[in-house]
Design a protein around this ligand. Structure first.
Ligand code: ZN
Length: 80
């Protein structure tokens, strides 16, 4: 199944990532500039998602707690 990349949503869990860049306010400091994104988390993304969409704070925080990133995140995107 292919999910289209939405720059304003987390490519891992699909929630709004609250990225100021994606919201069209690149001059505002984004939360993502103040956290460390684990390389394993970035490596788990697809090529296209890496250059397009930001992760959300929850995924980054979770990855920082448990470094081996697995795909156990439940899919909360409703299938309409
Ligand atoms: Zn996320």
């Amino acid at each position: 199944m292919t999910i289209p990349i939405d720059p304003s949503r987390c490519p891992r869990c699909g929630v709004p990532n609250a990225c100021t860049m994606a919201a069209g306010r690149p001059d505002e400091p984004c939360w993502c500039a103040q956290v460390t994104i684990p390389e394993a988390l970035i490596a788990s993304l697809t090529e296209e998602a890496r250059g397009t969409a930001c992760l959300c704070a929850a995924c980054v925080a979770a990855a920082n707690v448990s470094t081996p990133v697995s795909d156990t995140v439940s899919d909360t995107v409703s299938d309409t």
